[in-house]
Design a protein around this ligand. Structure first.
Ligand SMILES: Cc1cc2nc3c(=O)[nH]c(=O)nc-3n(C[C@H](O)[C@H](O)[C@H](O)COP(=O)(O)OP(=O)(O)OC[C@H]3O[C@@H](n4cnc5c(N)ncnc54)[C@H](O)[C@@H]3O)c2cc1C
Length: 431
């Protein structure tokens, strides 16, 4: 039986950064089931285009992880000022909607501003996260902003009843403007500084996959094509497909928490039940290589029901090398609650939508396409999640196992956070 000190399930950014910190200090094995590292932070080449699993931009906020990421990329990284927009009521307006209503028709503007001021006067503070989204957004932003953006956009993204979606995830991701910013944004002044992603970093070449490639270099314990099929935390043994048993002293899981618990042989029934209650959506990304597009936007949000997608972006506006000269690389994101998507009709509707908002003139401009599927994309925040996580993590703690990253920790997080959690997990193992 193969023996290692630390078994890491998954070679996404969380697993790779944990391996980076353990390298040369403790024997470790990263079992990654795919034939490439990076997890969701990966780039696929098709023809002369390179496509990510939708926009994967680095929003760096912590000194240690920023340095690690920028050092790994060794100058292959650009710092870019965000140009994000919203398309609603047949008009474009800058992101975030709540602070930039200037592009909206007068009726929409006045409904949004008056609704916001009323909500603000009634004391619409951010809340503690336990409130459900449908009530929270009306209380914080008022009826107009909720009806014209927050409710339709989030319904399309989450594909989960907004009367049951809780709001712990909102604080870092939903910008909260002040009354003066809402009024100024509606009647002239563009508000640029709001939100977590006003400036982002992105590799100059190689797509976001360049980061995983850089992290993987020098990781002696990384093994591709190894899928962990079951674990027994009490015995310290994992079964790996086509490989056999691996004996470990410590385990760091980065695979989706619900499937990890499902394969944990020694998990008690209550822990299995808690994990089975966790919900997530599925995202399909249609990537298009397109000729003759002139548009500087990075990405746009689409709350309208006439668009099947919730977001569409132009990767070639973050990195010219994503597309050949004279061409652009688009990514268009659609979410489902897990049901299969009819790709052919979705594609027709997408092309119709891109033409309706002016991003595309004709379907004849498309020269390349690639569908990518993210089966477990956004974890659903609901009361079941709030009840389940302590049950699961208490048991994992009793077995000295760590479960980290966006899906291992079952949270709405971002790449830098996965890197940070990988480093912290390695420190805990080394302690
Ligand atoms: C649509 C979308 C857009 C996003 N955009 C951004 C963005 O712009 N900026 C940002 O910072 N973040 C973004 N994110 C979040 C980002 O993708 C994640 O935070 C980060 O990549 C997660 O890394 P991870 O290592 O935690 O998980 P993952 O990338 O999911 O890695 C887990 C790895 O485990 C492997 N694995 C699973 N099961 C097994 C098994 N049984 N055996 C072996 N291996 C297994 C998988 O193959 C995978 O490689 C986005 C996410 C989505 C869904």
């Amino acid at each position: 039986m193969l023996k290692t000190h630390t078994l890491i399930i998954g070679g996404g950014l969380a697993g790779l950064s944990a391996g980076t910190a353990l390298e040369g200090r403790k024997p470790y094995l990263i079992a990654e089931r795919e034939s490439r590292p990076g997890g969701l932070a990966a780039t696929v080449k098709k023809g002369r285009f390179s496509f990510d699993y939708s926009g994967h931009l680095l929003h760096l906020r912590w000194p240690k992880t920023s340095k690690l990421i920028l050092d790994a990329l060794k100058g292959n990284c650009a710092r870019i000022k965000r140009d994000a927009r919203i398309y609603a009521h047949k008009s474009w307006t800058p992101y975030p909607f709540q602070a930039n209503l200037s592009g909206m028709p007068p009726r929409v503007k006045s409904e949004c501003v008056s609704g916001f001021l009323k909500a603000y006067k009634a004391g619409g503070g951010p809340g503690d996260g336990s409130e459900v989204f449908s009530r929270w957004t009306r209380r914080v932003f008022g009826g107009g902003i909720s009806e014209h953006f927050m409710l339709p956009y989030n319904a399309k993204l989450w594909r989960y009843p907004l009367e049951r979606l809780t709001t712990e995830w909102c604080a870092p991701f939903v910008p909260m403007p002040k009354p003066a910013e809402v009024i100024e944004g509606a009647y002239g002044k563009k508000s640029e500084g709001l939100g977590y992603n006003t400036v982002f970093h992105y590799p100059k070449s190689g797509g976001i996959g360049a980061l995983a490639t850089a992290f993987s270099a020098g990781l002696g314990g990384l093994r591709l094509g190894l899928e962990v099929e079951s674990v027994n935390l009490k015995k310290g043994v994992a079964m790996v497909r086509h490989f056999g048993p691996v004996n470990f002293s410590r385990l760091i899981n980065t695979s989706p928490l619900h499937s990890f618990i499902a394969m944990a042989e020694d998990a008690p029934a209550a822990v299995k039940r808690a994990a089975a209650a966790l919900r997530h959506n599925t995202v399909y990304v249609l990537n298009l290589g397109v000729k003759g597009v002139k548009n500087d936007m990075h990405w746009g949000y689409f709350p309208g029901a006439e668009f099947p997608f919730y977001r569409a972006g132009l990767a070639s506006n973050f990195s010219r090398r994503a597309a050949p000269r004279g061409h652009a690389s688009f990514y268009i994101e659609l979410a489902t609650a897990g049901e299969p998507l009819d790709l052919a009709s979705a594609e027709e509707e997408i092309l119709r939508g891109l033409k309706a908002c002016g991003l595309l003139k004709s379907a004849g401009q498309v020269v390349e396409k690639l569908w990518l599927k993210i089966p477990c994309a956004y974890v659903v925040y609901n009361r079941e999640r709030a009840r389940a996580l302590p049950v699961i993590f208490d048991w994992l703690k009793s077995r000295s196992a760590l479960s980290i990253g966006r899906y291992g920790a079952w949270k709405y997080s971002f790449m830098e956070e996965s890197v940070k959690e990988g480093l912290e997990a390695a420190s805990s193992v080394l302690r």
